[in-house]
Design a protein around this ligand. Structure first.
Ligand code: GDD
Ligand code: MG
Length: 361
């Protein structure tokens, strides 16, 4: 196992407005882009060469990661002019692979945080002489994912992406967004047009009797696709519940960048991360939240399970719970915003102007 493909070309629609300027995998989770955590974990497992399948805001990746040498791997960029979907992106990246036809290639969705044992997954792929091995996890509500029932031997029976009717919920095992493909199987994906690996490639492989195995792993797993999940994932990394070589022994109730300024009587807890140059004033409370670089939190503000964008300002005494504030926005003093509120880039909310609640009651 030497090569991997990382799929990082999605629009990140559910994370708007944060993803207007920055693609989802590049938003800082616990201080580093999700992609950087994934590269560090891949490298730890022995992967030396990674193809980044990019499309939306492709240039952001290259300017941050360059040729990968600073990150200990060789990085190559496979840019799609028009998004090719997950399968099309894999096929498009294949032209840069150096692996032989029977060698394993590891593929990751760019927005999953996981403790999966990559070496173990490749071993199981090898032993089963599989075309593809899928890493699976179990979730309470599988509707937003790809459902993957398996038989007693671990053979995948079916792949059902985002079921819409109750009858389709046949298992709690879902596609965790990490695969091992035999190189030659990638080369058989149609080139030059959009392909969904979930809706087209996997069902076709199963229909052709190819050996596709599922490996269920109940270790840490989270898709960072929604604001609440994003804040949760960052908090889990900071607390040390989610593994990343980039956090290691710094895990604790909070992590603040060395260049952040933190007021004496402020309370930071539950996995809060404070980014470079950000400021949290005295008597402010921040729990399980992500404060992006250069953001400013004034006295007595109370921020829970929220994401505060780069350079945003939160006024004194404001209360934010489950909120996304985009880059450069200014929330005045004494404002209350509750779950689901999203403040757009550079928006201005005057002092005490809004008491917004998404409660229907
Ligand atoms: N290069 C490229 N081009 N990448 C893409 C494209 C594309 O056209 N479309 C999506 N991606 C990337 C996204 O950036 C993301 O990293 C990954 O592919 C998956 O896309 P999401 O939009 O996050 O999909 P999802 O979360 O709804 O569902 C997928 O992930 C689930 C697990 O997190 C599916 O694979 C499900 O089956 C799976 O359960
Ligand atoms: Mg996702």
């Amino acid at each position: 196992m030497r090569e991997a493909i990382l799929l990082v070309g999605g629009q990140g629609t559910r994370l708007r407005p944060l993803t207007i300027a920055t693609p989802k995998p590049m938003l800082p989770v616990a201080g580093f882009p999700c992609t950087e955590h994934q590269i560090a974990r891949a490298r730890e497992a022995g992967i030396t060469r990674i193809i980044l399948g990019t499309s939306y805001r492709a240039e952001v990746f290259e300017s941050y990661f360059g040729d990968g040498s600073e990150f200990g791997v060789e990085l190559v960029y496979a840019v799609e002019d028009e998004p090719l979907g997950t399968g099309g992106a894999i096929r498009n990246a294949a032209r840069y692979l150096q692996s032989g036809p029977d060698e394993p290639v590891v593929i990751f969705n760019g927005d999953v945080l996981t403790g999966v044992d990559l070496v173990g997954l490749v071993d199981k792929w090898k032993i089963a002489q599989a075309a593809v091995a899928l890493y699976l996890t179990r979730v309470e509500d599988p509707r937003a994912y790809g459902l993957v029932p398996t038989d007693d031997s671990g053979r995948v029976l079916e792949f059902r992406e985002k079921p819409t009717t109750p009858e389709e919920i046949v298992t709690d095992q879902i596609n965790a967004g990490c695969y091992v493909f035999k190189r030659s199987v990638i080369d058989r994906i149609p080139a030059g047009r959009p392909v969904s690996v979930e809706r087209e490639t996997f069902p076709e492989l199963l229909g052709s009797d190819a050996v596709v195995i599922g490996v269920v792993d109940d270790g840490y797993w989270l898709d960072l696709g929604t604001p609440l999940a994003f804040a949760q994932g960052s908090a889990d990394l900071v607390l040390g519940n989610a593994p990343s070589p980039l956090i290691g022994s710094r895990a604790g109730q909070f992590i603040a960048d060395d260049t952040a300024t933190i007021g004496d009587a402020s309370r930071l807890s539950a996995g809060t991360h404070v980014g470079a140059g950000a400021h949290v004033a005295s008597t402010a409370t921040v729990a399980a939240s992500v404060i992006f670089p250069g953001a400013h939190i004034a006295e007595g503000a109370d921020i829970q399970n929220s994401i505060i964008g780069t350079g945003a300002h939160i006024g004194a005494g404001s209360i934010l719970t489950g909120v996304v504030v985009a880059d450069g926005a200014v929330v005045g003093a004494g404002v209350e915003l509750t779950a689901g509120a999203r403040v757009f880039p550079d928006a201005r909310i005057p002092d005490g102007a809004i008491r917004f609640s998404s409660d229907k009651s």
